[in-house]
Each structure stands twice: as C-alpha cells, then as structure tokens.
Ligand binder design. Structure first.
Ligand code: BGC
Length: 500
C-alpha cells in the first residue's frame, strides 16, 4: 500500500470511529421523554425527607427559605459577595426601586493553590474571601469601616452571600455544605455552616460591622434578579407570586430553581410548614441542584468518556453526573478524553508515537477550555483554519485538515448533547408546575445566566429544538421564553439581604 493509500485508509477509519462516537452522544425524542418523566419523579422524591444528605444520590431539591419574588420596587444599598467556580466577587448593589440597579464590584480570580492544594482548610479559603472583602470595603466604603469617634459602634452593613455549591439550607442565613462541586476540594468545609465560616473570618479582619444576613445560590440569585428587572406585579415581602418561573445557570456548572408550593415540600418539618402557611406564605424557591440529576445513571446517556472523567479526574466521583455531561467545565474535557482515546487507537495525530509524546496540554485534565470548542463549533473557514489556530494556540496541537473535520463533528456532538440534556429539567419543571396551563395563553419566563448559555454558539437554539422534541412539544416550546438575567449573584444576593 502506498503512503497515500495508507493515509486514506486511516482517514476513513478515523471518520468511521468518530461517527460511531458521535452516535453515542445522540439524544433523541424518546430519550427526552424518558429523562423528563424521570426528572419529574426525582423532583417529587427530593421534596420528601432525605436521610443522609451527603450520601444520598437523588435530586437534592433544597428549600431556600425565599418565599416570594421581587416586583422591581425594592430599594436599598446592600453588599453582596459571590463565590463561584473561578472567581470571587464583592459588590455594593444599589436597588433603585424601578427595576434598575447600579453596582460597584471587585472581582478576584481564586488563587490556584486554593483550588489545587490538598492541604487547604476552610479557614484558608474563607480567610481569603474576608481579606478580599476588606480590600473592597476600603476602596468603596472607607467611611463605613473607619473607626468611629469616641469608640461608637459602626453602622451594620448587610451582606448577601451567594455560595454556588450544594448547601443544606436551614434558614435564610445558614446552611452547611453538602459537597463541593466544580473545582474545589476542601474536605473540612463539608458539613459546616458556610455563613458562620465567612462571618468568623470577617470578624478576624476587624469587619464586625458586616453582617452576612442571607445565603443564596447563584441560580436563586438569577431567578430573583430576573423577577426584579422584569415587570412582575407581586412583591417579595407579601409572599405572593405570579407565575412560577425558573432561574437557571449553564456556565462552569449547571443548576436551576423554581417556585414550589410549600404544602408539597414535605421535607420541611410540619411546624416549619405550618408557620410559613400561617404567615401567608404559599410558595418557596427550591434549589433543585439539578447537576446531581440521575447520579445513579438509570437513564442518562453515558459513554466510556463520561465514566473516565467522573472516576479519574473529578474530586466528587459518582455525584453531579448530569453536570458532568452538560456544563462548560466538562465540554472541553469530554473532547480531550475522546482525542486521547482516538490517538491511543492509532487513528489520529500519528506524528506522536506514544501518549507521552502528545503535547503536554492535551494530556492535562481540564486544560481544554469550552471556549475553544465554541470557536470550532462555528468554524466555516477554508480547511478549518480557525480550528487549526485555536488548537495550536490552546493546546500546541498541530492538526491536518481531515483531522480537524472530524474534531468539528465531535465538538458538535458534545455540545448538542449538552444542550439537549439542558432541555430536560426545563421541560420537567414546566410540566410539574403546570405553569403553561395556569393562565389563559400561559407563558413562562426563564431567567438564565452562565457562559455557555450566553456565549456558546447555537446552544440556545439547540436547547429550544430539544424543548420542541420533548413532551412540551412545539406548542409548549413556543411559550417558553429564555431570557438572559445578568448579575444574578450580585443583585439576587442583595435582594435576599434586603428582606433578611
Ligand atoms: C453547583 C450549584 C451551582 C451551579 C452553577 C453547581 O456545580 O452545585 O450550586 O448553582 O454549579 O454555578
């Protein structure tokens, strides 16, 4: 066989292998039906009492103690702090009371050692958060923290804390970490009250005047901020709601929340439920933590790459398995695993004879960013030149035109599976709450945030396509409005702090 024939044969084998992998990433209408029905079942199960929250594999369905949605008239100046997957943000939020707000903020990238060093403690992490808070206050509110004449006490500053990890919330301002997700792995935080940990470190920094009065999740923040900025007529303080909408995040991680009837949240104690009902509260926001949907893998589509990533490269194997197929943190990692496997099978990157010779970055878990996939997804340049540059720049990986063609197929299969799966919780919550049937021509608004939903090309249209294929059907899909709701973790936390 000539060299050219040999090359053609390998290109053909690569293409056949890639087609077969892409097939494993397909999610069809029947699968969407099955997953949506199972999601509804899991929501119902998760609303009932759970024995051991740290080992339970079901949908967490966490009561948030947020019992109303804002109507945009809320006013005040509040602090907010937000610990997400990659950054810590401190903000001072001014709610103008007319659906608008202004915000001063300081964002810091979480130092790698806090994410990677095994010996990091809660005090190290929360000490860092408190020090960044002090830097922010010195810059933006120096008077508020300056010593007062005659030793008088400083005026208290209310702070809402957005902590975007699963927390067993016990009240609006307390909750213990169930488990870390995304990048963190600090075992001694698990089971501890994260508000207390933060408050203690603020005190250490001499910031006793800062009171962490509310704890919230970014998805709840997105929901509240969406309600505040849009024209909703009921009030956060009255405890009334109009149509239950959904707040959701498709970014580094994924999650969603919605308004549930308090009478159905049987995991709240009878006393707590009765008290809330007596106060006239009828609904509460539930943080579903849908990243943990189907941790038992009864229905989720699963490839060998998903199993490897979960088991070999994540600190929480067996948990957050939905997130590991959907969110931005994992899209690049799935592609990286597929490429390394195709190389091991002798089908791609033949210039590297062994795995050890592959570019270091291609061998490094989580080095391939989903942003690179977003460039490849829409590359229509001749010979996929953009893809070539993108892979060279990000991974130092040279590719041939035929390899790039196959890589693009893989990228599109991975992102499509992500967007199709993302439709499942939205369809399920819409059906469970019956929101589309509650009003004449019922419509549902969904506040979304996160880099994937905001920037990944085609993600929203693929999600919509999947909603139409799901049990919602195309008529239901048309009534679901996905709206970008920005600054949820700042504005939402401030709204929570306001009513605390
Ligand atoms: C966390 C959620 C969070 C989501 C989006 C997930 O990993 O468990 O609490 O809302 O990421 O940031």
């Amino acid at each position: 066989m000539s060299f050219e024939d040999l090359h053609k044969a390998t290109a053909h084998q690569l293409s056949a292998a890639v087609d077969s992998i892409c097939k494993d990433f397909e999610v069809d209408a029947a699968k969407l039906d099955e997953l949506t029905a199972y999601f509804i079942e899991q929501m119902e199960k998760g609303l009932a009492p759970i024995q051991d929250k740290q080992t339970d594999k079901g949908l967490p369905m966490i009561p948030t103690f947020v019992t109303g949605s804002p109507n945009g008239t809320e006013q005040g100046v509040l602090l907010a702090a937000d610990l997400g997957g990659t950054n810590f943000r401190v903000c001072s939020v001014t709610l103008n009371g007319d659906h608008t707000y202004s915000m001063e903020q300081m964002k810091s990238k979480i130092p790698d050692e806090l994410l990677e060093d095994e010996n990091v403690t809660s005090d190290d992490l929360f000490g860092y958060l408190a020090r960044r808070t002090a830097v922010f206050l010195k810059k933006y509110h120096p008077d508020a923290i300056a010593p007062k004449a005659g030793g008088a006490a400083a005026e208290s500053l209310k702070l809402g804390f957005t902590f975007s990890y699963p927390v067993d919330q016990t009240s609006l301002n307390s909750g213990s970490l169930i488990r870390w997700t995304k990048g963190f792995n600090i075992p001694d935080t698990v089971g501890k009250d994260v508000v207390q940990l933060y408050q203690d470190q603020l005190t250490e920094q001499g910031l006793d005047m800062v009171n962490v009065v509310a704890l919230t999740n970014d998805t709840v923040g997105t929901f509240l901020s969406h309600c505040y900025t849009s024209n909703n007529t009921d009030s956060l303080t009255s405890g009334e709601i109009s149509e239950p909408t959904i707040g959701c995040i498709f970014g580094t991680g994924t999650n969603g929340c919605y308004m549930e009837e308090i009478s159905k949240i049987t995991k709240l104690s009878d006393d707590a439920r009765e008290k809330l009902l007596k106060e006239g509260k009828t609904h509460m926001v539930i943080n579903t933590e849908w990243g943990s949907f189907d941790n038992e893998l009864k229905h989720l589509p699963t490839t060998k790459y998903d199993i490897d990533i979960d088991q070999k490269y994540t600190p929480n194997p067996g948990f957050h398995l939905f997130e590991k197929r959907v969110s931005g943190m994992f899209l690049g990692e799935v592609l990286r695993n597929v490429l390394v496997d195709l190389h091991a099978r002798g089908l791609i990157f033949a210039q590297y004879r062994t795995q050890a010779q592959l570019p270091h970055r291609l061998q490094t878990p989580f080095e391939l960013d989903s942003e690179v996939l977003s460039h490849i997804e829409i590359d229509d340049s001749t010979g996929l030149r953009e893809t070539e540059l993108s892979l060279l720049q990000s991974l130092r990986l040279p590719t041939s035109p035929s390899e790039r063609k196959e890589i693009q197929k893989l990228v599109r299969a991975i992102s499509r599976r992500s967007a199709y799966l993302a439709a499942v919780p939205i369809a399920a919550i819409t059906i469970k709450t019956g929101v589309l049937n509650k009003r004449y021509h019922g419509e549902v608004e969904i506040g979304c945030d996160g880099s994937v939903v905001e920037y990944y090309p085609g993600f929203r249209s693929m999600l919509r396509h999947a909603l139409a294929l799901s049990p919602l059907g195309s008529e239901g899909e048309r009534k679901v409005h996905l709206r970008l709701a920005k600054d949820g973790s700042g504005v939402g936390a401030a709204l929570c702090a306001l009513v605390a």
